[in-house]
Write a protein that binds this ligand. Sequence first.
Ligand code: UDP
Length: 224
Amino acid sequence: MDKYGCKKIVFSSTATVYGEQEIPFKETQPAGAEHTTNPYATSKAIIEKILQDKAISDKEFRCSILRYFNPIGAHSSGLIGENPNGIPNNLMPYIGKVAMKELKELSVFGNDYPTRDGTGVRDYIHVVDLAEAHLKALEYIEEKSGCHIHNIGTGNGYSVLEMVGAFEKESGLEVPYKIAPRRAGDIAEYYADPTKAKKELGWEASKNLSDMCKDTAKFLQMNK
Ligand code: UDP
C-alpha cells in the first residue's frame, strides 16, 4: 500500500476476534489473538493489530475494521450469490447444498450447548447489508483519520435449528439433518451490539432472517 500511495483500507475482520465473553459483543470489550479460539480468528486479530499499529506510526494512514458477524444470503436479483467448491464449512452454504440435494444431510455440530435449543447461536447478516456497511465505512474514513472498529451484525441471534426451520419455511425445500459432535473451536452463542455502527457510520441492518433465506433460495434455484 505504501509503495502505491494507498492510504485507506476497509478490512474484513470477524466477530470471532472477541473469543468467548459476555454477549452482546461491544467494540469496547477486549479482543485480539489472546482471546481467539481458532486459527482463522487469530489471523484476523493479528492483521487488526498490524493495521492499528500502522495507523499510529503513519498519521496519513486510515483504516476501518469491520467485524463481520455471520454473512449469508444473496443479491435479491438471484444473480449474485455464493457457490463454494467442494464441501462447505459454513452453515448456510451447507444448508443450501442439502436443500438442492447435492449433499445428503446437514450435520448439526452439537446440541448440548447452553443455548435455548442446545445448538450454536449466531448473528446472521444479509450480504447486501454488509456491502452497504462497506460504503458507509469508506465515507467515514474519508472524513476521519485513524483506525476505527465497528461490529457489523443485526443484534439478533439464531440457533442452527432455527436457521434450518427458517430456510425450510421460506424456500419450501427440505433440509434433513442429524446431530453430530461439537466442532472444535466453536463457541456456544454470540451476537453483536451494533449500536456503534449505527451511531458513527449511520448504518444498520435493514434485512431480516426471512429476506436472508428467501434470497439464498432464489439464488440456488436460479443457478442450479
Ligand atoms: N454449523 C453446523 N453444521 C455445519 C456448519 C456449521 O452445525 O455444517 C454450526 C456451527 O457449529 C455454528 C453455526 O452453525 O454454531 C455457524 O457456523 P459457521 O461455520 O457458518 O460460522 P462461524 O460462526 O463458525 O463463523
